[in-house]
Design a protein around this ligand. Structure first.
Ligand SMILES: *Cc1c(COP(=O)(O)O)cnc(C)c1O
Length: 817
């Protein structure tokens, strides 16, 4: 907030470049100028960073620790400049110094991609909102050496490349070696007795690893607050301990020294899918134990009784990934502070709160007991006792019912069920959109809901408008500011005030021009990165999100194929010009998803090179979808594809980013789409498809027959059969390349369920919705009006609203502003 005058700013940037790179600014590379600006900005925020934490200490504020395996931050510089209130000054200064323009200098920064997709991006949005609202909070995570892989497309196939995001250093972070803590793995536990005959547990022959925190500033929006994202790095303990784990074997001890770093080597690139790898559990315990030890120690510096912990500390578990926190907190309380079980359990279940992000079976975390207990022997003992007591509680409530026990037991079938442990150990269990929470209560977690209904609550997700409007769409943000002032930047519902302009022809023309300019900006990006020229007057139709069968990119590409076939059959007819954008990374081991990427690219190739359709349709696969290019895409989009199988997408947040930027949703009644349509009105969206109740009913009764739909629908049959008739096969490729996709939809493969995600069931209504979209687009004024109304009614979907709800209803935090 306390920005410098421009001359001081110039001197500061020049000084940073000189001392860091031994260069004058005229000789510095763009990367060096970028770093110079970062370090200058870091100097400006450092006092507020220190003061914020002083204030938390002085006020003895209750603090939330947001525990998350993932923080999908994207780039920091632009966001920090905006929130600090120095963006425009710095942009001017850079030009005056003749050092390039800020927009291009920002591109020097690699995305901090410490996350897969929605879940990690949610954590990043929450960090921004917490700081902006002045809430005492730490983000706690892992400082992966390599984040989400960089995606290259080669011959239409995804290729994964390492993400070397730390190659040029990370200017905003600060290493805090003085706060390093010890983390213990393996070994065994002995029960011993003290002189009073009281039993205690000694952990022996373990391997020690040092956790070293790196702090990154989270700048609140022009409010003087700077919070901290603390990510942990792993190191070998200083002098490796020959005594404790490997007496006399020096070489082997050296080897373990290298193993330490492997814990934080890389982010697991699976979205909504768990593979049960030991290293993954090691990552989880590593950052959870480090964060909890630190939080408890910090609390004890200002308080003398550990029993008051829950008055000052809350741990929010972002999905089940940090669930080991429940048992680890019990261990710290009992083994390190001598608290008795009952008391420790009271404290733990007042400190922990759990957010559920999915109900899909393949995403549920389960650990084989053998693996869990050998890696974390003391923690496992505690899990066993939690299980024993929880089982008693279940039996007392439901009776001795084996069915119920099979659905609720923490230890079951040789595995530790993490969601069950999280629910048992938390005072709050929340879903991330209204529909999702209802499904949790009435279906997936209905037994738990019956046992403890008071724990369950909903917190519909949100996104930060500072990044996805003010930074990502500066032209629209400035225009809105001219119309209604800048209040929306911290109070998004103020966008409602714009509604009055919907009937003002001149204003609506200005709004349309901004979208047109954003399309040009995106077209330049696509020209540069894909070498494809797109029609900026065409409908920009976007599906950007992780590649997953439940998200149904398949349904989208089937529509593209249908449209292409129609164009070929009607050569004289004029169609609504469309550019269909896909952006999606697939998990490297997810073969079917990777094949869908290949299919999209082959369809793109065929369609884009077919002169007979006269450029009325283009298909573009945007390589390496990530936060920074996402910002460009949202700003330029006309149509937002949110077409998951109803009940499968817990919330979605991409849907909200599109809405905020004036794209119209074509979507199913799934996740937060339900609430988006409720806010904007059904007439301002294109809704289609089975309801979640219908999907769930089909899943229960097994009556769904994809093949019948195929046989009865010639258009669909023609589109689907083009996958196996060679239409999209290129020279030299196996003509059966896409047969597996065809098979999976009609007959089922592996899972033996045909069309698990009801693509064919929704095909017809999706076609109808697409036709409505095309018709509307041919009437630009009407389209523009509806797109504009989406912006006006996006107020609910700010993560500021979400965080206010968490703070008042779960965390009971007080803002310092
Ligand atoms: C918002 C966002 C997501 C989540 O998108 P969904 O459509 O909700 O799945 C994933 N990746 C990036 C880079 C994002 O910005």
């Amino acid at each position: 907030m306390e920005t410098m005058d421009k001359e001081t700013l110039k001197e500061e940037i020049k000084k940073q470049i000189k001392y860091r790179f031994r260069k004058n600014i005229e000789d510095a590379s763009k990367q060096e100028v970028y770093q110079g600006i970062c370090y200058a900005l870091k100097e400006m925020i450092i006092d507020e960073w220190i003061d914020t934490h002083k204030k938390y200490e002085t006020l003895d504020s209750k603090m939330v620790y947001y525990l998350s395996m993932e923080f999908l931050m994207g780039r920091a510089l632009g966001n920090n400049l905006i929130n600090f209130g120095a963006y425009k000054e710095v942009a001017e200064v850079i030009e005056e110094l003749d050092a390039g323009d800020l927009y291009h200098i920002e591109e020097e920064e690699p995305d901090a991609a410490l996350g897969n997709g929605g879940l990690g991006r949610l954590a990043a949005c929450f960090m921004d909102s917490l700081a902006t609202l002045g809430y005492p909070a730490y983000g706690c995570g892992i400082r992966y050496r390599y984040g989400m892989f960089r995606q290259e497309i080669e011959n239409g196939y995804q290729k994964e490349m390492p993400d070397e995001w730390l190659k040029n250093g990370n200017p905003f972070e600060i290493e805090r070696p003085e706060y390093a803590v010890e983390i213990k793995f393996g070994g065994h536990v002995d029960a011993e007795y003290n002189e009073n005959g009281k039993m205690y547990f000694v952990h022996r022959d373990y391997e020690s690893i040092q956790a070293v925190p790196f702090d990154m500033p989270i700048v609140g929006y022009q409010n003087g607050v700077v919070n901290t994202l603390r990510v942990w790095d792993a190191r070998p303990m200083h002098s490796f301990d020959l005594d404790s784990f490997d007496r006399g074997n020096y070489a082997k001890a050296r080897e373990n020294k290298n193993n330490a770093r492997s814990i934080v080597e890389v982010l697991y690139p699976n979205d909504n899918h768990e593979t049960g790898k030991q290293l993954r559990l090691k990552q989880q315990y590593f950052f959870v134990s480090a964060s909890l030890q630190t939080a408890v120690k910090k609390y004890m510096q200002r308080h003398d009784n550990i029993c008051g912990l829950a008055d000052k500390v809350c741990f929010q578990l972002n999905d089940t990934h940090p669930t080991v926190a429940v048992a680890e907190l019990m261990r710290i309380l009992m083994d390190e502070y001598g608290v008795e079980w009952e008391q420790a359990w009271k404290i733990t279940t007042k400190c922990c709160a759990y957010t559920n992000h999915t109900i899909m079976a393949e995403a549920l975390e389960k650990w084989p007991i053998a693996l869990f207990s050998s890696l974390l022997p003391r923690v496992y003992q505690i899990v066993e006792e939690i299980h024993r007591r929880f089982t008693e509680e279940i039996k007392a409530f439901f009776g001795d019912d084996q069915d119920i026990l099979s659905r609720m037991s923490i230890l079951y079938d040789g595995q530790v069920h993490m969601a069950r442990l999280a629910i048992a150990g938390s005072f709050s269990v929340n879903g991330v959109a209204r529909l999702h929470t209802e499904i949790l209560k009435n279906q997936e977690l209905s037994d738990f809901y019956k046992l403890t209904p008071e724990k369950f609550n909903n917190k519909t997700n949100g996104i930060t408008q500072r990044r996805f409007l003010v930074h990502g769409n500066p032209e629209l943000s400035d225009w809105i500011t001219k119309q209604i002032g800048a209040g929306f930047i911290t109070n998004l519902p103020e966008l409602e005030k714009l509604t009055a302009l919907a009937d003002d022809k001149k204003k609506m023309k200005e709004f349309a021009e901004i979208k047109a300019n954003n399309k040009k900006r995106l077209a330049a990006y696509i020209q540069e990165h894909n070498g494809i020229e797109i029609n900026v007057n065409s409908m920009i139709d976007c599906q950007v999100k992780r590649l997953h069968e439940y998200k149904r990119q398949m349904l989208n590409i089937l529509y593209v194929i249908t449209l292409y076939q129609e164009m070929k059959e009607n050569p004289g007819k004029k169609y609504c010009p469309r550019t269909v954008l896909f952006g999606a990374k697939s998990a490297p081991g997810y073969e079917r998803a990777k094949l869908i990427i290949k299919l999209i690219n082959n369809v793109a190739d065929t369609v884009n090179n077919d002169k007979s359709i006269k450029n009325q349709l283009k298909v573009v696969f945007i390589e390496d979808y990530k936060v920074s290019n996402a910002e460009l895409i949202f700003a330029a989009a006309d149509l937002s594809e949110q077409i998951s199988t109803a009940s499968k997408e817990a919330s979605g947040t991409g849907n909200m980013k599109f809405m905020l930027n004036g794209a119209i949703t074509i979507g199913t009644m799934d996740g937060a789409n339900v609430e988006i349509v409720e806010e904007v009105g059904r007439e301002n969206a294109f809704v289609f498809g089975l309801s979640s109740d219908q999907v769930i009913e089909y899943e229960h009764n097994g009556q769904y027959k994809a093949i019948e739909i195929y046989n009865e629908n010639p258009k669909l049959k023609k589109a689907l059969d083009s996958l196996v008739d060679g239409t999209f096969i290129k020279e030299g490729e196996d003509k059966n390349l896409f047969q597996g996709l065809h098979q999976a939809l009609l007959y089922g493969q592996h899972s033996n369920i045909a069309d698990r995600y009801f693509v064919l069931a929704d095909y017809d209504s999706y076609m109808d919705a697409q036709k409505q979209a095309e018709e509307l687009y041919m009437n630009p004024e009407e389209w523009n009006r509806k797109a504009f109304l989406n912006v006006c009614h996006a107020g609910k979907f700010s993560s500021d609203r979400t965080i206010e709800e968490y703070a008042s209803e779960i965390w009971r935090l007080k803002s310092i502003i």
